[in-house]
Write a protein that binds this ligand. Structure first.
Ligand code: DGL
Length: 277
């Protein structure tokens, strides 16, 4: 199989980054995309910073070998643990990362009470602490790691009883504290927005940073003269380090798009050896 030329490279621990991919697709449908879902290692949330840095470095090398012109770290956890590290290791590469959208939430909240849903590694990272300190000093923040939710979404369980319970347990206590805004600080979570909205009701605003990230990617490509000039629809190829069949099942549930799925194998924590046709 031929891979698309000069693609945008996107990665996540699994399928979460597809919430960013779909925004990039709708903004720039003619761009080719190669996506890496590290489903052999998902979830990243409970892992050590060092291990997430190693995985992120291996994936970056892989995407660069396939000529990625920009790399979108479509994972809050990998951004928290490894974005700074990647920028130091690959000074010539343009990276776009995620950070919990605490700034827009702090600007919009009326009650001055905001809920943030993200993984343990994201909450522990310096990036999150600095965003809260800079933008939300006058806001009360309620955090929850939604333990198990990433795995539910990886399994395509967007509306099951277990998924609902995880979200009820996270959100109902926040509602009691009078939050009026919820920040989705993990790229998997936009896939359960319908369920979140059912729980919090229409008076609570749910913030998904993916559209803003897609715009940032567009701005950077334009500024560097890297936009694809063809008007044809771009191709999307999805590499998984997990099981191809399961990836096919879940991807078809999450996005409305024909995506070719290919398998890759890790040699160790920081080197990907093969991709099987
Ligand atoms: N999609 C992820 C994020 O944005 C990763 C979740 C995980 O693997 O724990 O944080």
């Amino acid at each position: 199989m031929n891979l698309p030329s000069n693609p945008i490279g996107i990665f996540d621990s699994g399928v979460g980054g597809l919430s960013v991919l779909r925004e990039i697709r709708s903004l720039m449908p003619n761009e080719h995309i190669i996506y890496f879902g590290d489903q052999g290692h998902v979830p990243y949330g409970p892992r050590s910073m060092e291990q997430i840095q190693n995985f992120s470095e291996g994936i970056t090398n892989f995407l660069l070998q396939h000529n990625a012109k920009i790399i979108v770290v479509a994972c809050n956890t990998a951004s928290a643990a490894a974005l700074k590290y990647l920028r130091e290791k690959f000074p010539d590469v343009q990276f776009v990362g995620m950070e919990p959208a605490v700034k827009p939430a702090a600007e919009k909240t009326q009650t001055k009470k905001v809920g943030v849903l993200a993984t343990p590694a994201t909450f522990q990272g310096a990036l999150y602490a600095s965003v809260v300190e800079r933008f939300a000093s006058d806001v009360e923040i309620f955090q929850n790691t939604c333990s198990g939710l990433v795995n539910q979404i990886e399994a395509g369980e967007l509306d099951s009883e277990k998924t609902k319970k995880i979200l009820d347990d996270a959100l109902l206590p926040m509602l009691e504290k009078n939050i009026d805004t919820v920040v989705l600080g993990c790229t998997h979570y936009p896939f359960v927005i319908p369920l979140i909205e059912k729980i919090v009701g229409e008076k609570v605003r749910v913030i998904d940073p993916a559209p803003a990230v897609a715009k940032q990617v567009e701005r950077l490509l334009e500024a560097r003269g890297l936009r694809n000039s063809s008007n044809e629809n771009g191709e999307v190829v999805f590499f998984t380090s997990g099981d191809v069949k399961s990836a096919e099942n879940v991807v078809s549930k999450l996005i409305n798009e024909k995506v070719e799925i290919k398998s890759v194998i890790w040699k160790n924590d920081f080197e990907i050896v093969s991709s099987i046709d």
